[in-house]
Write a protein that binds this ligand. Structure first.
Ligand code: NDP
Ligand code: OXD
Length: 314
């Protein structure tokens, strides 16, 4: 460990013990609130770091985000100007693909209806529609969105994708930018949101956007699945859209305020499936080794992978 830059671990909201133990196998780790202004700290590994804590480290070189999303890092108004590396791992992608597949299939195969029928002991078989009649639209064609799009396409759904910059993907109909948004929505029955939270995307999932979704399909209405970030959406607009039929159903993993307040009408809404920001959890067993490898590579003068674009905010 001698000669290797020290790590500050700054985590809010969950127990950092496993991250601490695994990072400590190769480098000295200081668990915040210790380590304030320590000049031997060169790296920070963070989830919702305490605002201002990183700015006090005089020799900080790189910030590693425990999450794929980095809005929690940018929430710090005193963020130092050093590279930010975000979490990318096959295991994280696999979990997100499972979540997306689970929720899309549940809506497609009428899970909500069957659960309601079972609670009343009703034996009734509704018509089955083919996957190829349903268009799933993925907002955000990044690591997670692209993987989800390919798996859904592989089991027969029509898949649309929307991104900031134009992309081409075999088998997927792609749209991009402001000009592509309404055409993308007009061609989408099940909207899956896998966008990062940035200045440009905050509040994008609002009533006006939901109105643009296609609802002339065998599903009996449009469906929303959001596993991106809660502040992409307006919770009240989603409740309104569900109540007036603009949306048929929704699966929500993320919310404007987390944990979802007990007073939220979404908890008990019969058309909503709630999970507690659990679509794809960052696992230190899959993320610590690549972080440590990147620190070693950085010290050899090599380039970092998965660097966040500060201008774009993701
Ligand atoms: P990436 O950075 O790889 O991809 C982001 C995608 O969003 C890109 O396709 C990008 O477009 C697109 N995008 C960004 N801004 C805009 C915009 N203004 N308009 C249109 N498209 C835009 O991210 P990941 O796929 O790795 O992760 C996506 C998000 O998923 C994370 O930011 C995080 O918030 C969330 N997440 C949630 C988890 C959960 O458990 N609920 C777990 C992990 C992640 P372009 O291709 O042009 O750059
Ligand atoms: C992430 C998350 O961004 O867990 O990785 O939400």
């Amino acid at each position: 460990m001698a000669g290797k830059g020290k790590i500050l671990l700054s985590i809010t909201g969950f127990n950092p013990q496993r991250w601490y133990e695994m990072l400590s196998e190769e480098r000295e780790v200081v668990l915040e609130p210790d380590g304030a202004a320590d000049p031997s700290i060169e790296y920070a590994v963070v989830w919702k770091q305490r605002p201002g804590v990183l700015a006090k480290l005089p020799n900080l070189k790189v910030i590693f985000s425990i999450g794929a999303g980095v809005d929690h890092v940018f929430a710090d108004p005193a963020l130092p100007d050093v590279p930010i590396v975000r979490a990318v791992a096959d295991n994280l992608t696999q979990h997100m693909v499972e979540y997306v597949l689970w929720r899309v299939l549940d809506h497609h195969r009428q899970g909500q209806l069957y659960r309601a029928q079972q609670s009343k002991k009703i034996w009734h078989e509704p018509p089955q529609r083919p996957a190829e009649d349903i268009s799933v639209g993925i907002m955000g064609l990044g690591n997670l969105g692209r993987a989800g799009a390919n798996v859904l396409n592989g089991i027969g759904f029509r898949v649309n994708g929307w991104s900031r910059r134009p992309q081409e993907m075999p088998g997927i109909t792609t749209f991009s930018g402001d000009a592509g948004l309404v055409p993308f929505l007009n061609a989408t029955d099940i909207l899956v949101v896998l966008l990062p939270l940035t200045k440009a995307t905050q509040g994008i999932i609002n009533y006006g956007l939901l109105k643009e979704l296609r609802r002339r399909n065998g599903l009996g209405g449009a469906v929303l699945v959001n596993a991106g970030r809660g502040r992409l959406q307006r919770d009240a607009d989603i409740a309104r859209a569900l109540d007036d039929g603009t949306l048929k159903e929704a699966s929500l993993d993320v919310f404007e305020v987390e944990p979802l307040p007990k007073t939220s009408p979404l908890w008990a809404h019969p058309k909503v499936f709630v999970t507690p920001h659990a679509a794809a959890t960052s696992d230190p067993a899959h993320l610590v080794a690549p972080m440590l490898r990147q620190m070693d590579a950085y010290e050899r003068g090599e380039a970092l992978d998965n660097i966040v674009d500060r201008e774009a905010g993701y």
